[in-house]
Design a protein around this ligand. Structure first.
Ligand code: ZN
Length: 281
């Protein structure tokens, strides 16, 4: 099942790629708020599995908002691919990976224009994003996928000068400029993947591929992240988890490369779809 935020309204995406408005199709049993559905996820899945849906309507991709536009918690993982830890000049983390947030005001839908912070070094990080569908506390790895509503694509856009300033670096701030957290184009439930722990992710700037890997290369895979995080903080329905980025970011290149006025960044995740960001000075 795929669900989307079409013009701010919760929608199912049918087999033809058209949108079915959930509030109307359910006769009001479910509201239109794309974020609220995660608080009622089990009942929604049950309804969606058996409902007779009306014909969907075509929509423009730039009408899409974030599939989880207002999470209570945004958790992001650093150094979760060994090739990226290496290009960052850092060791592979043990125990827990470094964690930070991307402040929720930076969340957008999948197709956007992003203003480059003046004097900054703005960089890309394609990431698989997990959306939580059931409150998770002390969850074991083998049950972790039961707590996942679905997966979406994300860009952890990062302004490196702000991010790395100071003795205790400002990861959260440097990664939360307006528009720095595009997600989408929709949420895909885990059952849609042959193996949700092994999907390809990649991104390209102006058509040139910069990153390409598979989530089977994650040092801490999704179930491990959910187990380790939920041992410390509850993961709440609708929370989003950025799972880390593979090698190929601009900071790790020689010479370094950062986004410039007019650049187009396209990020793709197998079985989900793509994000498209155009940058302006
Ligand atoms: Zn990241």
């Amino acid at each position: 099942m795929r669900i989307a935020n079409v013009g701010g309204r919760l929608s199912l995406i049918d087999a033809d790629g058209r949108a079915v408005d959930v509030e109307r199709a359910s006769g009001g049993a479910f509201g239109s708020d794309p974020q609220a559905v995660y608080g009622d996820w089990a009942r929604f899945r049950e309804w969606a599995a058996t409902a007779t849906l009306p014909e969907g309507e075509a929509f423009e991709v730039d009408a899409l908002g974030a599939p989880a536009p207002a999470p209570r918690q945004v958790i992001a993982v650093g150094l979760n691919y060994s090739d990226h830890a290496k290009e960052a000049g850092l060791g592979v983390p043990e125990g827990l990976p470094p964690l930070f947030t991307k402040f929720a005001s930076s969340i957008t839908g999948p197709v956007t224009q992003v203003r480059l912070p003046e004097g900054g070094n703005t960089d890309w990080e394609v990431e698989l994003v997990v959306v939580i569908g059931k409150e998770a506390r002390d969850v074991s790895e083998d049950r972790a996928w039961e707590y996942v509503a679905g997966l979406t694509a994300g860009q952890d856009i990062s302004e490196r000068i702000t991010q790395l300033a100071g003795q205790a670096p400002q990861f959260s701030l440097g990664k939360s400029f307006p528009g720095f957290t595009p997600t989408g184009p929709w949420l895909v439930t885990p059952d849609e993947f042959a193996d949700p722990d092994d999907v390809e992710l990649s991104c390209a700037v102006n058509g040139e591929e910069m990153q390409k890997s598979r989530t089977s290369n994650l040092i801490f895979p999704v179930p491990t992240l959910i187990a380790k995080l939920s041992a410390i903080i509850p993961l709440l329905p609708g929370d989003i988890l950025f799972t880390g980025t593979p090698a190929g970011v601009g900071l790790g290149r020689d010479p370094q490369l950062f986004l410039a006025d007019g650049d187009v960044l396209v990020s793709r995740i197998e079985g989900i779809g793509e994000l498209r960001q155009t940058f302006t000075a």
